[in-house]
Design a protein around this ligand. Structure first.
Ligand code: SF4
Ligand code: SF4
Length: 372
């Protein structure tokens, strides 16, 4: 087992491990000398202007304002450009193998260099806060809004190709031996955990009007290797261990952004992968899909598909193609409420039927007694 693990680690995973170790020493060295404070995106002000006495005050002010805006916008814009580029690369068989390089680049730039924050989850929370009356600041929401638009055009390429949070989990994942984690039940459990956490996050944002997720964000701890909060360390431990056995557990059981991007994929006109007339139903695509987005009839569930391209490359008959969705999918919670109502109806009518037959039998028994 250890031999196999080392064999797997010898590829790009080995490089990631090396980067983690180097970052540990680098960041620890810096972090030990300063106090860390976790702030919401709009409060993050990582750029410091150095005033040069010879320059006039007004020129300095103008320059610092311009640089500050650039500094705040550079990560969201960079992320969007990267994702658009990935969306194009994903379309072609020859460029699809570049995916690990994109993930690696993102892990280094957005993760280890930038400290993992601000990120798209902060941007999403700022978007919700904007709806709750927070001041409008373009740099706080651009990341999230832009990625939703790119997802509509290209599918969830952000998740499959760029997101540094997804990349960290993907590089750690090393065992697909446990069938339970690949089964329908595990998929359902993770889906429901995500709905519950999503609802909890929205309620927390509405009630406190503050971003508190940063305090427990395990990725922030992973990329900075320090945290004020014990919860962050505990969650990091859970994340790392579960990522070894489950493919992208945070993406599938926690991430609110992944959930919303999945819903974007249900809209008419959204970019999706689907079967074409060459599909023979051999299900070789299903075997390679690690998000379990392909069902037993080779239909692709677009909300779960992260556009990794493994299914497209595995199909010898070229039985999968890109499509635009023609109709609106029923979205959560409608199918679940529908299912719940149906089972409630079935249970109630079963109970009523049973009680009717019990009272009928009682009546019959009484009639029989009266007769004799
Ligand atoms: S689901 Fe969330 S964490 Fe995972 S890749 Fe997508 S945005 Fe990133
Ligand atoms: S293998 Fe799965 S996740 Fe990857 S592109 Fe195909 S359906 Fe989507």
């Amino acid at each position: 087992m250890i031999g196999r693990w080392f064999k797997k680690m010898s590829g790009y995973r080995g490089i990631v491990l090396l980067l983690i170790v180097i970052s540990w020493f680098l960041i620890q060295g810096i972090a030990l000398g300063q106090e860390l404070e976790f702030l919401p995106l709009e409060k993050i002000d990582s750029f410091e202007t150095i005033s040069i006495p010879e320059f006039s005050e007004s020129f300095n002010k103008q320059k610092s304002e311009g640089s500050e805006t650039f500094e705040k916008l550079k990560y969201p814009i960079g992320a969007l450009l990267f994702t658009l580029f990935a969306g194009v690369m994903f379309r072609f068989k020859k460029t699809r193998p570049a995916r690990p390089l994109f993930l690696m680049g993102s892990l280094v730039i957005f993760g280890f260099i930038n400290g993992g924050c601000p990120c798209i989850i902060s941007s999403f929370q700022n978007f919700i806060l904007l709806g709750l009356g927070a001041e409008f600041k373009i740099h706080t929401i651009l990341w999230f809004v832009g990625i939703v638009a790119v997802t509509y055009l290209f599918g969830r390429v952000w998740c499959g190709w760029i997101c540094h949070l997804g990349a960290l989990q993907e590089f750690i994942y090393s065992s697909d031996r446990f069938d339970f984690f690949k089964g329908k039940r595990a998929q359902e459990i993770m889906r429901w955990i995500r709905y519950v956490l999503f609802a909890a996050l929205i309620i927390q944002l509405i009630s406190t009007k503050e971003i508190l997720f940063n305090r427990v964000d395990p990725f922030k701890v992973a990329f900075n290797l320090s945290s004020y909060y014990t919860a962050g360390w505990i969650l990091l431990g859970i994340l790392l261990i579960s990522s070894l056995f489950v493919y992208r557990p945070f993406c599938r059981a926690v991430c609110p952004v992944g959930l919303l991007l999945g819903w974007t994929n249900r809209l008419p006109g959204a970019s999706i992968i689907g079967r074409n007339k060459h599909c023979t139903g051999c299900l070789s695509c299903r075997k390679v899909c690690r998000t379990q987005a392909i069902d037993e009839y080779a239909n692709v569930s677009s909300p779960d598909c992260i556009m990794c391209g493994d299914c497209l490359d595995s199909c010898k008959k070229e039985g999968l193609s890109f499509f635009r969705k023609k109709y609106i999918d029923s979205t959560f919670p409608l199918p679940y409420i529908d299912g719940l109502l149906k089972s409630l109806f079935r249970t109630t009518s079963g109970i009523m039927q049973r009680s009717r037959s019990v009272s009928y039998m009682k009546r019959e028994k009484k009639n029989n007694e009266n007769l004799f």
